[in-house]
Design a protein around this ligand. Structure first.
Ligand SMILES: [Mg+2]
Length: 253
């Protein structure tokens, strides 16, 4: 084992020193949990709301609406973005709003409550190929951060016994506390790279969401790796992925 990073062993360019991993859908199989929770929350909201056209009230599409409007974004941005796509306007509210309240924040909190219930009921699993890749990047002396919009990031990593891989945890809680803009803005990735002493060129972004690869491209990172779990390779490339893999294990040399 060498003292300096050996990025070629993990499929990365020679300047790479630092790996920035998204959580949901890259490390853990939680993207499907989030998609299901968004659908349940939005469908309840749409079916109970008066005065909507048939098109506005159409059920949430867990594939297209999820990919376009909510995946990878901070929770309230996801609510705002999807409702805007249906030309539905409700008050912003306040992060302290109860999940019963029909505001942007209230609906976001309702979705978060559902995610918590699903995770408690079903548990969380990590992708085996990602765990092998995390071992390989650690052995290759790369520095490792997780960059997630999720407020549950630490708890989820802890529940899979993976928290100790990460020197830096840039999650939804830290970003909110420090006023850092969430994905698709590149700011959370840039902050995590800086915290580990890396320039954007030295950092690699691993993302499964369209908003996430867009953040990687806009941050001018050395490499943006799209992880395609649902057959959206072309969309990942269009939004900013330099390469796309089905599983991170493919990158281990
Ligand atoms: Mg993701």
């Amino acid at each position: 084992m060498t003292e300096s990073p050996d990025p070629a062993r993990v499929g990365l360019h020679a300047a790479a020193t630092t790996c920035l991993f998204d959580l949901d859908g890259v490390i853990t199989k939680t993207a499907v949990v989030h998609s299901a929770a968004w659908k349940e929350m939005f469908d309840d909201f749409l079916s109970s709301r008066d005065g909507l056209s048939a098109d506005q009230a159409r059920p949430f599409d867990p594939r297209n609406d999820y990919d376009r409007y909510v995946d990878g974004k901070p929770r309230y941005d996801g609510v705002r973005s999807f409702l805007a796509s249906r030309s539905i306007s409700i008050p912003e509210g306040d992060p302290g709003d109860s999940p019963e309240v029909e505001t942007i924040c209230g609906l976001g909190n309702r979705k978060n409550t559902l995610v918590g219930e699903l995770i408690r009921r079903d548990g969380v699993e990590a992708y085996e190929g990602t765990v092998k890749y995390l071992d390989a990047v650690r052995d290759a002396q790369m520095r490792i951060a997780v960059v997630s919009s999720s407020a549950n990031c630490r708890a989820i990593l802890e529940s899979c016994n993976l928290l100790n891989y990460f020197e830096e945890v840039m999650d939804g809680i830290v970003a909110a506390e420090r006023g850092i803009a969430g994905k698709p803005a590149p700011d959370t990735f840039l902050a995590a790279a800086a915290a580990l002493g890396a320039t954007p060129e030295q950092a690699v972004v691993y993302e499964d969401a369209l908003a996430g690869v867009q953040a990687g491209r806009d941050g001018t990172f050395g490499l943006v790796i799209g992880v395609d779990r649902v057959g959206q390779r072309a969309d990942l490339i269009e939004h900013g992925a330099d390469i796309v893999v089905d599983d991170l294990e493919e990158l281990i040399k």
